[in-house]
Design a protein around this ligand. Sequence first.
Ligand code: GLV
Ligand code: GLV
Length: 319
Amino acid sequence: MPPPRVFVTRRMPGDALDRLAQHAEVDLWPGDLPPPYDDLVARATQADALICMLTDRVDAALIAAAPRLRVISQMAVGYDNIDIAAAAAHGIPAGHTPGVLTEATADLTFALILAVARRIVEAERFVRDGHWRTWDPGALLGVELRGATLGIVGFGKIGQAVALRARGFGMRVLYTTRTPVTTDLGEPAALDDLLRASDIVSLHVPLSAETTHMIGERELRLMKPAAFLVNTARGPIVDQQALVRALHEGWIGGAGLDVTETEPIPPDDVLLSAPNCVLLPHIGSATLATRSRMANMAVDNCLAGLRGEPLPHRASTNS
Ligand code: GLV
Ligand code: GLV
């Protein structure tokens, strides 16, 4: 029997692809950019398995057009780009990479919290632009984290890892959660109460129909005028047009975003000229160690699916 054919939509760091190649014929997309949708479908049609990224739209049409496909394995924890229900209807399991990127993403969340609270990007630009003339008792004053309230929206693995870091900074933590958790890392709160009480609001829910635009005009207006919004989850959780107005009109004090509604953010997007906004290019999991673990996990899920075994980390339909 010929080895199964696996379409991998991007080069992955580490040695995971070498391991995959010992068990399968690897069809690796050669580009630095994701395969255009038509290429994605054409290659998937020839494949027994798909290893994909959050930049690939794996929809019902693609799944229906790929008769050989036995497993879809995403190299990410979030999988809102995949139509899981359509895959399940075709008997195709989908995998993802939970757990391994928790710490890296929580670290980056704190990088953004500190960047907005201490005006890091603005201050760095100030130095490079030649404006630094003296130590100034009143310049570039920021906000202290000790004693501040951090509102964590979504208290899964990443939300809890953020709460653990917040303890070290002496912050008070409020959190929202769908599933009750036993923890001494913070106090549960309803979303509206959390928004009203927090100095920093950080988002850690997966993107779904339920969480799309979960933070819109109403929610932003509930926040304190000096509060910051941090998003390392998914862009569409925030109504970005409302956020732009919130920043311009001072409903909130600032934002730190690793994700945006459209990625990459278009060069003429109005968010780019909004005040007090730090923007990063979706790098929450971007450490070599984490990305290598994610790649290996994606290969493990893929190989299990090809063997007809349960995936070690299966994506579920209801999140
Ligand atoms: C990154 O955003 C991921 O979902 O892994
Ligand atoms: C979801 O991304 C979580 O683990 O918090």
